[in-house]
Design a binder for this molecule. Structure first.
Ligand code: TXA
Ligand code: MG
Length: 329
């Protein structure tokens, strides 16, 4: 059930967590499916409810006054610098884990992912609970991440008893993940914190390849996916690039060419606004039951990098525009 954030619903959330149950947790990025991070049975429930494969590890959420060393060890200077600069905020660090972190949460890895969410309700709950919460995005595995309490209800409503309603997520795309376990820090998943901002602290970052075995979420094929098949255009959008048939189009901006089947992410072409709206727009197009959704890439900088990443992961294939038709390519 969705409940507004009040002293009563927060107390209810604490009780549920103490009893080893999972709750819907608002954050600034997307809603999480949270459980007591130090209780292995509670953590196992997250995997069950999400139908998430056991090899896909979770992210730990910390209160602002909680030491990172509660869950992580051997924290390099560069990671401490990033914490100082960007926490609370949409930045997740992967570090060697503490023994207290159950193996089920990290999928048996010797490392743990942790972040400090920049959201009042999340922080109030974390502080009241006094322990870190493990929480992946609150969607069924492979589906679009939820950015409202209603979207959590749609995804998982039958399997959880409490969803705290913290409003629409301010950022709309998951946290940026930085791997701090090697000699140099690396980008493991683009997200709400722009790479350019992080590089001001770290200098140029290596980007972990999308090929090879998955080490960050998006690396599993068909993540963030609507039920309707979604194709990603290899070409940038021009008004009029619409074939016959029953298709929906997802574009950065279509101002001056209003059309019901073309959904724009930002009237002014603003990439931050586009990021905030991305998952909601995908849900909206999905609900219209088109034959397919054609999405267009956005400029690949700032939030655009994370938007393009999510579109690629959601796509079943690429298409090109040829003589008034979309061709698979
Ligand atoms: O913004 C966010 O990060 C949201 C909110 C709820 O905090 N959470 C989120 O969780 O996006 P999720 O489960 O959808 O993505 C977590 C990803 C995993 O898929 C995994 O690839 C990566 O974080 N991860 C977790 N632990 C890791 C580890 N030890 N090493 C490498 N990657 C890890
Ligand atoms: Mg996810």
């Amino acid at each position: 059930m969705i409940e507004a954030v009040t002293a009563e619903s927060l107390a209810k959330a604490v009780k549920a967590l103490q009893a080893g149950e999972c709750i819907g947790l608002p954050t600034e990025t997307v809603y999480g499916l949270a459980a007591d991070g130090l209780n292995p049975e509670a953590v196992a429930k997250i995997f069950q409810i999400k139908q998430r494969p056991s090899f896909d590890p979770l992210i730990y959420h910390l209160a602002a006054d909680m030491e990172l060393s509660t869950v992580a060890s051997d924290i390099p200077e560069e990671a401490q610098q990033l914490v100082k600069t960007f926490w609370p905020g949409p930045l997740t660090l992967v570090l060697p884990k503490q023994l207290t972190v159950p193996d089920v949460a990290t999928s048996g890895l010797p490392t743990v992912a942790a972040r400090c969410p920049d959201h009042d309700a999340a922080q109030t709950l974390l502080q009241a609970y006094g322990k870190p919460l493990a929480a992946p995005s609150a969607n069924r595995f492979g589906r679009i991440s939820p950015t409202t309490a209603q979207a959590v209800q749609e995804e998982l409503g039958e399997s959880i008893t409490l969803i705290l309603d913290g409003g629409s997520c301010r950022r709309g795309i998951e946290s940026t993940i930085i791997d701090c376990t090697g000699e140099t820090v690396k980008l493991a998943r683009p997200g709400s914190l722009a790479l350019e901002e992080i590089e001001q602290i770290t200098g140029p970052l290596e980007v972990l390849s999308h090929d090879g075995p998955p080490s960050a979420p998006g690396m599993l094929k068909s993540h963030y996916a609507p039920r309707t098949v979604l194709y990603l255009s290899r070409e940038t959008y021009q008004p009029g690039m619409r074939a016959g048939g029953n298709h929906g189009y997802l574009v950065l901006t279509n101002t001056g060419h209003p059309a019901r089947d073309v959904l724009e992410l930002s009237g002014s072409g603003d990439l931050v606004e586009a990021g905030v709206r991305l998952f909601g727009a995908m849900r909206e197009l999905d609900a219209r039951n088109y034959q397919s959704i054609i999405a267009f890439p956005v400029p690949d900088h700032g939030m655009g990098r994370a938007i393009n990443d999510r579109l690629q992961k959601a796509a079943s294939g690429y298409v090109v525009w040829r003589e008034g038709n979309w061709i698979l390519k």
